[in-house]
Design a protein around this ligand. Sequence first.
Ligand code: ABN
Ligand code: CU
Length: 571
Amino acid sequence: MPTLTLEDLDFTEILTRNDPRVIEACREIGITDMSSIYVDAWSIGHEERWGFNTRLQQGLAYYRSSEHDNQYAHPLDFSVVVDTEKKEILSVDIRRVNGERTAVPLDEHNYLPEFISESYKPERIKPINVTQPEGVSFTMDGNELSWCGFSMHVGFNYREGIVLSDVRVDDPYEKRERTLFNRISMVEMVVPYGCPEPPHHRKHAFDVGEYGSGFMTNSLQLGCDCKGAIHYLDGVVAISSGEAAVIKNAICIHEEDNGLLYKHTDFRDGSVISARDRKLVISQIITAANYEYGFYHIFHLDGTYQVEMKLTGMLNTYPLHPSEEAAPYGTEVAKRVTAHNHQHIFSLRIDAEIDGPSNTVIQSDAVAADDEVGSPGNYYGNAFYCKKTPLRTSKEGAAQYCHETSRTWDIVNPNVLHPVANKPVSYKIVSRESAPLLAKPGSVVWKRAGFARKTLWVTPYRDYELFPAGDYVPQSQGTDGHPHNGTIVDWVERDEPIENTDIVCYLQFGITHFPRTEDFPIMPAEPVSIMLRASNFFLKNPALWVPPTTVNVDKLSTLAFSDLKISENSC
Ligand code: ABN
Ligand code: CU
């Protein structure tokens, strides 16, 4: 089914409030004011009762005691299924436990300052102002962005949100521009919930493919979402009427100080050099019903490209019946309020162009030498090396992270040899936060979110292959689905050569979230990130051009060993 639009989701709340079955279900638990009922409309992960030919949504119901009350503190024990085309409620599913309804938890858990009273302490924290007296170090020419040697085009669409293309870097030693990525974007994500009991089995949100990260993008506000000297870009999307809509300030471009870039102190005489790093951040924030996701595409002065996701917003909650416990599939985050275990798995599509159009991926595993201790090749037993395995076909390119070997993958250009290292130039994929999909093989989620079964997929570039869970994600069935709605699993089945050719990598990363009480009533942002780091790409540290913040070669530093004195005040 096509992506749900915000207009599709909007009417579910009104329909639900006015449905006689819902009114009766609310009356039964003591709620008679239907304007206090709020409904989060979601795509439906799985619904066997109406098959796959009707556009469906599910509505998750909450209560608010006042207009700005936190509804996630008051989840209700029923949900609805809606026919999106007919705008009709097909079913009101009330969960009864031992034949009983579950009372709505009424304790208030709010986070707005007006609700916080004595635990709100604004006087504790003093302002931090970010000033850039000479302006920013990046330039924009339309959507062309240049910063400290990097150049790229910043695009935006309804589905992926930010798209970076034609990413290049100026090599300070070779004195030429070198290509890095043809196109890079967050093409999918899945949030499967881990409670087996209905209605939670149908909660596995594909926030990119089902709703569109572009559609859900916030208009950012200066000094609030971002600090300092900001350049904003608007996003333009087509809404369900077919008209264009502008999301003001959809993309934020700014720089941040990033602590140490490098430092060395000569311990003999205390002479010291150090330089500060800074990042260029291109970001957007989406509101996916209860959750917020910050997408940060970050460039560093040492040539690193990083993607950081920040997860915040509200936990999806459910009421606990007095006979129930939240464990093992959830946490009681407030009295009689459960938040279920779930995962957030993101898919970053990297259309690589490392120093040219033809690339290969080589898997790197840190392993102990094969030679036994005491043998001539490893007499002292200390030897270890980087075991390199070229991924030759897309079936070999379907790889899993391995913590034991600190596994990384190098996207190399086999046609360009580094003059000193004598290895092909490369960018290394470093991804240590790789949550393995926990839904069982054969399950609905496993089929629908086939992309999440592996950390890495590599395919030869093909036009129109962009979205690893298929072009049409709502109500998709994954690999058993429609032949014209191919997924990464189908593309990899072709088992085509991926060596020294135009390749595309899909990198999955994320977290398994066992909710904590600290995630309630609003979640402190949790970051999760991946990096692509230059690896035998530049002749040497590419950031030596950066003016150091400290250069002190005249023995002025007090850090010289010979100068150290133990005083009463030393710590
Ligand atoms: N998290 C599911 C979702 C996302 C966007 C809109 C509705 C629901
Ligand atoms: Cu979470």
